[in-house]
Design a protein around this ligand. Structure first.
Ligand SMILES: C[S@@+](CC[C@H](N)C(=O)[O-])C[C@H]1O[C@@H](n2cnc3c(N)ncnc32)[C@H](O)[C@@H]1O
Length: 285
């Protein structure tokens, strides 16, 4: 990971909806407050911060479990089931890693009791050496990105936003309204309204990711709540998703409460195949 450190930033990087953490891990902030309602994600990253999960431990674990998966009956299914059942009882962060890498189509979904709810990818050779090395390197990257003054919490987004101060930057990437079904990822209009109220009141800078429209629908939440702030839109092509027909362009929006002087606000339909783009928002305060 090639992260530009923001050692001079006075405030903290705040993420009420951490998810994979990929944005925080690239933020370069010395201080951060990172929250998710999903306890499994937070336990995993806390484990890395505390040193109970290290690249060496992950390597050993994946080599052992990968070997068992490769030789298990029913094309690996018997061992996948054993790990899934063990996770559903102990919620071990290493078993969480195993399941997240062996789920069908790379998906992650949980039931009401926090139990794993995605079938096996049907690849008994999932943990080939090159794949283990890739995961171990990712864990090492995360280990070096996590600062001593980063706090991970497992709760509701509202508690996190209420703890912010004027010099913090809040990055919000909530579940998209009307699109997710997972136990930790439900999202109602009431929650969207609470988020809007809290972000309208905050003295910190905020950036919110949401969707703007696709070929069939517009996100009514933008006109109802977010259009009173600054809105940037970008075409985005989704390469993942269970069904091929779901892999198409969506117009994404970034909403923020500060001026965007040198940024092209909208690109929808202008460029057929736009390359990945860095949007420089001049955030350091
Ligand atoms: C769209 S994902 C975030 C993706 C993240 N930016 C990334 O790059 O991986 C939304 C996250 O919000 C979490 N979440 C859903 N409802 C929440 C709530 N009420 N409070 C806190 N987190 C919540 C989900 O568990 C999920 O990890």
């Amino acid at each position: 990971m090639d992260v530009v450190k923001k050692a001079n930033a006075k405030g903290r990087w705040i993420e009420p909806f951490l998810g994979t953490g990929v944005v925080a891990f690239n933020s370069g902030y010395e201080r951060a407050l990172l929250n998710d309602s999903n306890p499994h994600l937070i336990n995993f990253y806390k484990g890395i911060q505390l040193g109970t999960i290290t690249p060496a431990i992950v390597k050993r674990y994946l080599e052992q479990e990968g070997e068992k998966l490769l030789h298990a009956e029913e094309n690996g299914y018997v061992h996948f089931r054993a790990v899934r059942n063990r996770f559903n009882e102990t919620f071990s962060p290493l078993d969480f890693l195993f399941l997240s890498r062996t789920g069908f189509n790379g998906m992650m979904r949980f039931g009401k009791k926090g139990n794993w709810n995605i079938p096996f990818c049907k690849k008994p050779n999932r943990f080939a050496q090159a794949y283990i090395t890739k995961i171990v390197n990712q864990v090492a990257g995360v280990q070096s990105a996590i600062g001593k003054e980063w706090t991970f919490t497992n709760g509701n987004f509202a508690e996190t936003i209420m703890q912010t101060r004027a010099d913090d930057i809040i990055y919000c990437d909530p579940p998209y309204f009307g699109r997710y079904v997972d136990y930790y990822n439900g999202w109602t209009e009431e929650e969207e309204e609470t988020l809007f109220t809290l972000l309208s009141q905050t003295k910190a800078k905020f950036i919110l990711s949401t969707w703007h429209h696709n070929d069939w629908r517009v996100n009514d939440m933008v006109a109802k709540y977010w259009s009173r702030f600054n809105v940037v839109t970008r075409d985005h092509f989704y390469h993942s998703g269970g069904k091929i027909e779901n892999r198409r362009t969506i117009v994404e929006a970034l909403v923020c409460n500060f001026a965007l002087e040198s940024i092209e606000l909208h690109n929808h339909g202008q460029i057929a195949h736009r390359k990945t783009e860095q949007i420089d928002m001049q955030l350091v305060v």
